[in-house]
Design a protein around this ligand. Structure first.
Ligand code: KG4
Ligand code: ZN
Length: 338
């Protein structure tokens, strides 16, 4: 029997400050390459992302990164089935670089083009795990630097939003609190590691549960941390205690919302994705909750929580299967709801 040829997808993500390209073989979600060139070094000195600098850097990196993704995967352009690109939501200048490049490449190589929503990428990132893969339907909680949203996912392209943040995204709250504390950018991983040495009950920060709503709000919590720092109550506790107490508050809210949504929707399967899904305590506590509440938990591999093109390739594969292709009019969008 001849070996069946697999569907090979090249994907590009330039939605924020990482330039990424990846190649996967669709049927088994095998990641043949995933190159992520981080720009954190550039933006760190400004305490956050400078959009104009991000776009310029994407422009410099896009070809070397795509080239490296192809050569690492030992794949030539002619062997591709499709080119998948994230066209929103994100920083518009950054999205324009990735989308224009993907369009030009698809045209030159005569390959179908696929436009993927960045959030869909995060949603399908657990398919890259070597462990059990999610099956539909599932609940999806995306916790990233730009989004905090809950979805009911019936299948590919069948999503309904159940809740979202009314102000700051979780990752944004982590980054802003880190900045207040004089920590570097991105703040999430730094708070994660400092919190391990702190006392989570040292300070009782608010838990914004919003009376049973499935929405989120983290700006009040952020203000509470700011007031705490301004009141110089800091002397009584350590930096590590502030990090641990802030983080405890965030995680308590996320766990409560998940517990509520599982009971309300009666879907016993949860995908937790996005940059903040890399948080060690969140992973640990969500795993414990899944066991106590009896639902299956699907997490992306640790390295694929933050932005990467492999997840855009997975979502692209679902589009490919449905024959849903974009054309040369594909237009990047800063705001692009799922
Ligand atoms: O998904 P992502 O790479 O970009 C967006 O789509 O926004 O998420 C980036 C966010 C940043 O806010 C970063 O601080 C946060 O994810 N993050 C973390 C951790 N690793 C990354 N937050 C908490 N704990 C972590 N270990
Ligand atoms: Zn993201």
């Amino acid at each position: 029997m001849p070996k069946e040829r697999k569907t090979i997808i090249l994907a590009i993500d330039t939605s924020c400050d990482d330039t990424s390209a990846a190649v996967i073989s669709g049927e088994d979600f095998n990641m043949l390459s995933n190159i992520v060139s981080s720009q954190s070094e550039i933006h760190r000195k400004y305490g956050g992302i400078v959009p104009e600098l991000a776009s310029r850097r994407h422009m410099e990196l896009i070809w070397p990164v795509v080239n490296e993704a192809l050569s690492t995967a030992e794949i030539t352009l002619s062997a591709l089935n499709a080119i998948s690109v994230c066209y929103g939501p994100g920083l518009i200048g950054s999205l324009i670089v990735g989308s224009s490049f993907a369009k030009a490449l698809a045209y030159a190589a005569s390959k179908p083009l696929i436009g993927v929503n960045h959030l869909e990428g995060h949603m399908f990132s657990p398919f890259l795990s070597k462990e059990e893969r999610p099956t539909f339907p599932f609940i999806c909680l995306i916790v990233s630097g730009g989004h905090t949203s809950l979805y009911r996912v019936e299948g590919f392209a069948r999503y309904s939003e159940l809740g979202r943040t009314r102000d700051d995204a979780v990752g944004e709250a982590y980054d802003k609190v880190a900045k207040m504390l004089g920590l570097s950018y991105p703040g999430g991983p730094i708070i994660d590691s400092l919190a391990k040495k702190g006392n989570a009950s040292a300070i009782k920060f608010p838990r914004p549960f919003l009376n049973g709503s499935l929405d989120f709000s983290f700006s009040g919590l952020k203000t509470a941390v700011r007031s705490f720092i301004a009141a110089k109550e800091f002397q009584a506790v350590t930096l590590e205690d502030v990090c641990a107490s802030f983080q405890e508050s965030v995680i308590d809210v996320l766990l409560k919302k998940v517990d509520d949504v599982i009971k309300m929707e009666k879907i016993y399967s949860l995908v937790l994705a996005g940059g903040v899904a890399a948080n060690s305590l969140l992973r640990q506590k969500m795993t414990a909750l899944s066991q106590a509440a009896g639902f299956s938990l699907f997490l992306p591999p640790l390295k694929l929580c933050t932005d990467n093109a492999a997840m855009i390739a997975v979502a692209g594969y679902f589009y490919y299967q449905e024959g849903l292709f974009a054309n040369m009019n594909l237009t990047p969008k800063a705001y692009l709801p799922l």
